[in-house]
Design a protein around this ligand. Structure first.
Ligand code: MN3
Length: 206
């Protein structure tokens, strides 16, 4: 068994005008695919050859000797999570996610401005995350391939901050790309699914 290259959960042009077909073809079809192909090449003939992608990410984290595997496997995981964090008709969170955001940020507007600020202040390549931390939602950014799953955190949504994610459509205007995500593309139904899974795991552990 090898790590699978997942299909997009929507058509290549479904996010237009916010993210173009050309960006999706390169971002998913070339960048994401390369991370998966590189991961498979690096695990062939090793004890991780049959491991799940999450286990490969965890097993390769934090060691210089497996840095190339970690970078590719974590990017494969982050991208698969990113596509699910997007949808053609975004909007505002509802239900349990809305309640959790209001517990943590008082209002959804405050959440979006904090998320936008964190995304803008992040220097260089990386990711902006909405994470579950206990009962609260937190915003965090990670550099390059780093993923919160190696720190035992539960991601709810992610935005890719690498220039390859927005340069064709927005050039240097990262702020416009971040705003398009927050106002038009964020998949809060996926965040709610992740929140529910985390709550069920917590209940099962109690
Ligand atoms: Mn990317």
């Amino acid at each position: 068994m090898t790590v699978q290259f997942p299909a997009l959960p929507f058509a290549n042009d479904a996010l237009e005008p916010h993210i173009s077909r050309a960006t999706m073809e390169t971002h998913h079809g070339k960048h994401h695919k390369a991370y998966v192909d590189n991961t498979n090449a690096l695990i062939t003939g090793t004890p991780l050859a049959d491991a799940s992608l999450e286990d490969i990410v965890r097993a390769s984290a934090g060691r210089k000797s497996t840095a190339a595997l970690f970078n590719n496997a974590a990017q494969a995981w982050n991208h698969a999570f990113f596509w699910k964090s997007l949808r053609p008709t975004g909007g505002e969170p509802r239900g349990a996610v809305k309640a959790a955001i209001e517990r943590s940020f008082k209002t959804f507007d405050r959440f979006t401005s904090a998320f936008a600020t964190a995304s803008m202040e992040h220097f260089g390549s990386g990711w902006a995350w909405a994470l579950l931390d206990g009962e609260k939602i937190k915003i965090a950014t990670t550099s390059n391939a780093v993923t919160p799953i190696v720190r035992g955190k539960t991601p709810l949504l992610v935005l890719d901050l690498w220039e390859h994610a927005y340069y064709l459509d927005y050039r240097n205007k990262r702020a416009d790309y971040v705003w398009a995500f927050l106002t038009s593309l964020a998949n809060w139904a996926f965040a709610e699914e992740n929140l529910r899974t985390a709550s069920n795991l917590k209940l099962a552990a109690e």
